[in-house]
Write a protein that binds this ligand. Structure first.
Ligand code: GLU
Length: 301
């Protein structure tokens, strides 16, 4: 069987060197394994994504040297499939409407004495709406905003066996999910978790290659695959490109968009070479470091 992987950027801004590293990791893996490389634009969150960013990303990836299968999938065009999955999970009684605002969740987390690290927990949902009656749910859904949350314990129990996801070496990682995650919303409608799982299955993805920062989401994806009877890809999480302070690369680390580099006159080949030789994975350049960037990236490796 021919392997298939994908690069799946979200068009919430311009592509930066961290994204370029991720894209090159996918492309390199695909080349090594004679696999097909697909491109997917994850533009499901219409409050943050813009069509012009999607166009810029495609242009930047092409400049970087990436080549993918002809059809580009846009999540914004696949809503029907995601809706079917929500309906299925609803029929299985594994999701419930949650009416809490972020503020209410924060207050509830702080109120619960057994949550000593409330501010560190990234607002783990305490289950406030889990046990509301069907009558209350139906009544409130008529006139209140809500999110669909997956009842994780019930969902895991319904699978009937311990779940794990598998990495490239064949190692199995137990699925651990700490709270009832959102899989749909009244405004944004579908969460990243739901869309990514449906897309990977519809596109026949055999290997998912993505950054370490998404490792915690993989258990959620595995659970959704089991619930929706979808195939299970192999997962490869690559290390993230960091700034010289060791933190994951962010805007404050300077002018790191691919467009910015192109405008400076950096050649794609030199950027590719730099990223494939950067060990450890550091982008040491700061704001206004144009001369340094040109000095280093002007070199041939
Ligand atoms: N769209 C996600 C991002 O840009 C990547 C999702 C994935 O690779 O599963 O971070």
């Amino acid at each position: 069987m021919r392997y298939r992987t994908r690069f799946a950027p979200s068009p919430t801004g311009l592509l930066h060197v961290g994204n370029a590293y991720s894209a090159l990791s996918c492309a390199q893996w695909a080349k090594q394994h004679q696999a097909e490389l697909l491109l997917r634009i994850e533009d499901i969150d219409h409050t943050r994504c813009k069509a012009e960013y999607a166009d810029n990303i495609i242009e930047d990836l092409y400049w970087l040297g990436l080549r993918w299968q002809a059809h580009i999938r846009y999540q914004s065009q696949c809503s029907e499939l995601y809706q079917q999955a929500i309906s299925k999970l609803r029929d299985m009684q594994l999701i419930y409407p949650c009416f809490c605002t972020r503020k209410e969740i924060r207050q509830e987390v702080e109120r619960i004495a057994s949550a000593p690290h409330a501010e560190e927990t990234q607002l783990e949902y305490p289950g406030t709406c889990k046990n509301r009656s069907l009558v209350e749910q139906t009544e409130r859904m008529q006139h209140e905003g809500f999110a669909w949350r997956l009842n994780v314990n019930k969902a895991l129990a319904s699978v009937g066996q311990p779940l794990s996801w598998q990495d490239e070496s064949g190692r199995k990682h137990a699925v651990k999910i700490s709270h009832d995650i959102v899989i749909g919303r009244k405004d944004i409608t579908f969460s990243y978790h739901l869309a990514v799982v449906i897309d990977d299955a519809s596109q026949g993805i055999t290997h998912v290659i993505r950054g370490d920062d998404l490792k915690d989401s993989t258990g959620i994806h595995r659970l959704l695959q089991a619930l929706l009877a979808l195939p299970e890809p192999v997962y490869i999480h690559h290390a993230l490109l960091c700034g010289s302070d060791g933190d994951r690369l962010a805007k404050r680390h300077g002018s790191t968009t691919l467009q910015g580099l192109r405008q400076m006159g950096v050649e794609a080949q030199n950027l590719r070479d730099y990223l494939s030789h950067s060990e450890p994975l550091v982008w040491p350049f700061g704001v206004d470091d144009e001369q340094n960037i040109l000095d280093v990236l002007g070199k041939t490796y």
